[in-house]
Each structure stands twice: as structure tokens, then as C-alpha cells.
Design a protein around this ligand. Sequence first.
Ligand SMILES: [Zn+2]
Length: 259
Amino acid sequence: MQSRTHLLSTLTWKTVRKQKYEVAVLPWGATEPHNYHLPFCTDVIESDYIASESARRAGERGAKIIVLPTIPLGVNTGQLDLNMTINMNPSTQALVLKDVVDSVSRHGIKKFLILNSHGGNDFKQMVRELQPQYPHMFLGTINWWQIVDQGAFFDEKDDHAGEMETSVMLVIAPDLVLPLSEAGPGKAHPFKLKGLRERVAWTPREWTKATSDTGVGDPRKATAEKGKKYLEAVTSKIGDFLVELGKTDVKDLYEKPRA
Ligand SMILES: [Zn+2]
């Protein structure tokens, strides 16, 4: 059982009222199908776990981190026709984000980090817009699946519900993963246009046309062992950053010019 001293969802006022936290972490997921074998809230479970495990690691080294309750709804405008997918538009997310940042800014939090778990969420522009309104705060965002080379851990790079996500879920929530014999192959249908395939241009994918089983990436080589090693690499990297950020003065983020 991991220590819960950094998880707001499990803390009481008796504890929280006396604490001075340095960094607030907001995990953000999505509610959408993940092939046939992973649960709808895979991204919620992942961001919740990765935020709390990273904060636990940083806490062991003295950092004062508070992990906020995970926001469970992501941008899913390309999946609206998939039964029970719940979309939260970017403009709504921006309002939610502002309310959360504004709340914690009143409690002395000067460093705020979003821990994003969903490819359709993109917080960079929201942070750019929000930053001038909170000039005394550090606002940042992490896409956890992009910070460690997946090639060192997995046979195939994952896009959605493939080898990496399945391996990770076999560690975090194995009871919610169906046997891999029930998973589809996660074969994507690429765009006809070469320029879109080669990423000269980008356009959002219509999921029902771009996939067969809602997955993009073959999950069948996933194992808990691979997931454990990868999660250790990801959470230790984020934990290191939380320690570094916790110690840093927000007004002193840049190196001095060399003489
Ligand atoms: Zn996912």
C-alpha cells in the first residue's frame, strides 16, 4: 500500500490545514473505449497512478507535493459516435483549468503541473493563455507517454490501447484488463493522403474510420513485466523533476548569461 500523504482525494482537513505544499499536480485523463480489453477510464487510471507514484518518489526526497483529484474527461471530438464516449471540449477544459489554478493560487501554491494521459488533450496553448494571468506561478504540463523512449521497453510503439498501455494497465489495474485473447489486433487504417501519413499536414482522425476495434497498436505482446520497468522509468523521471521544481524559485528559472 503506497503512502497517501500526497493524495488530496484521501486526506482529511485535519492534515491538510497544517500543510504548506510546494507543487500541485493535476492528473487529467479521458473517458473513451480502449480496444476490447482495456476499460473506458484507462487514461484516468494511468494519470492518477503516475501522478501519485511520482509524487511519492519526490516526497521521499523531501518535496512537498499535492496531487489533486483526476479530471476524468478529455477531448474526444473524433470519437463522439462511439457509444458512451464522453467529450469535454478544449474551451471547457480551459475554463476548468483556470478555476483549479485560481483556487490553488489562493492557497500559496506557486508551482502547478498538469499530468496529461490522453493524446487528444493539449494543454500547451491553455497554459500560454493562463500564464500572464498568474505571473507569480509556474504553470507546466507533462505528456507522460512521451518522456521515456518506448522503443527501449516495447516491441512496438503504442498509439492507443496497444502494447505499452496494456502493459502499464497490467501493473496498475490488472483486474480491469480482459485476457489478451479477447483484444483486437489494434490495426489502424491510415489516411489515403501521403501528406497526412507523412505528417506534412495534420487533421484529427475520425476514430470509427481510422480503426477497427478502437485500438491503434497491437496489444498482444504486452506483459506486466514490461509495464513495471517502463512505469519505473517514467515515474522516476517525473519524480526527479518534481524534486527539482519544488526547490526552485519561480522567479529564477533561467541560467545567467555567461561572462
Ligand atoms: Zn489511453
